[in-house]
Design a protein around this ligand. Structure first.
Ligand code: SF4
Length: 329
């Protein structure tokens, strides 16, 4: 039976004395929507394949955004052995109002982590892997070299696996983006998260146009890499702002847009202003395709890495179809 998964209650990790979000501890409580609508219901985790994925993650001492962000799709994804690895520790140097990842001062980098990730990817037999990270504003290069080493290690261990990365914005880290792009990921994802008018309250440490420009620069440096970005809705944005954001991403030549419903991790996080119904997601999808994206995923439970393997195949097919008339002309 489908149940609403409350990952914060079901979190199997040991509690620590350190508050998970020290910067939010003294903020006033935000309103919490009493009940999630029916379309947010997901399957509870617990199948044998889910347990195997979890065991491999634990064995290598790795972090996943699936757990750290309290993703509602964990039951479905881990059953398919699809986990999104989060590198460079479990502690983020930013403090976005929507995010459940722990914040504070991070530990030193684990220099063996790229090999551990590569080993896990091989054990899970992944055809497509998504690697993301916490923000590491404390590092000189924002962790660019660590991303590049992780991509290279996966290529060595699993040459047939395609690699998608979901990166921080490398704000004020000159030269960092070039290092990551030179490692040739198949998909470069960087999420805008929300419309520009919400940045001060939702993503205060980031700059909207810097993020758009980052994506544009990836395509300028290497047009063969697919670019991807995502936003959450339900944070109080309006439709025209979302349409403008789509235009901004298309101006930056971004291929793939994901749109999902924002869910509030705790009462100290930004409130859910509205649960956007499925037909509005459908309408966002139609608008985005009309603006020229190669691929769009817009549903309440869409997350950047959800169905990433299948979507990569669809991206390739869409690019081939778009270029076919040119090739045969
Ligand atoms: S959607 Fe992404 S973050 Fe969520 S469980 Fe699946 S792989 Fe993990």
């Amino acid at each position: 039976m489908a149940v609403v998964l409350d990952l914060l209650k079901n979190d199997p990790r040991p509690a620590t004395a350190r508050p998970r979000h020290p910067e939010k501890a003294h903020r006033p409580d935000q309103p919490v929507q009493a009940r999630k609508p029916d379309w947010i219901r997901v399957k509870a985790p617990g199948s044998p394949a889910y347990a195997e994925t979890r065991a491999i993650v634990r064995e290598h001492g790795l972090h996943t955004v699936c757990e750290e962000a309290g993703c509602p799709n964990i039951g479905e994804c881990w059953e398919k052995r699809h986990a999104t690895f989060m590198i460079m520790g479990d502690t983020c140097t930013r403090a976005c109002a929507f995010c459940n990842v722990r914040t504070g001062r991070p530990e030193a980098l684990d220099l063996d982590e790229p090999e551990k990730i590569a080993d896990s990817v091989a054990k899970l037999g992944l055809h497509h892997v998504v690697i993301t990270s916490v923000d590491r504003d404390d590092l000189r290069d924002g962790g660019a070299e660590h991303f590049a080493r992780t991509i290279a290690a996966i290529r060595r261990a699993s040459p047939g696996t395609t690699v998608e990365i979901l990166t921080p914005d490398f704000l004020r880290k000159d030269g960092a983006l070039e290092v990551v792009v030179a490692a040739k990921p198949d998909v470069f994802n960087h999420n805008l998260e929300t419309v520009p008018g919400k940045y001060l309250t939702v993503r205060p440490g980031a700059r909207y146009f810097h993020s758009v420009r980052l994506l544009q620069r990836v395509k300028e440096l290497d047009p063969t890499i697919f670019t991807k970005s995502g936003i959450m809705v339900g944070l109080g944005e309006d439709r025209n702002e979302v349409a403008q954001l789509m235009d901004d991403l298309r101006s930056a030549d971004v291929d793939f847009l994901t749109i999902g419903q924002y869910l509030q991790p705790t009462k100290k996080h930004h409130e859910v202003v509205r649960f956007v119904p499925p037909d509005e997601f459908k309408s966002y999808e139609t608008t985005a395709y009309s603006k020229g994206f190669l691929l769009v995923s817009a549903t309440p439970l869409t997350r950047s890495s959800h169905h990433a393997g299948e979507d990569f195949a669809r991206l390739q097919a869409a690019r081939n179809a778009r270029h076919a008339p040119l090739l045969t002309a």
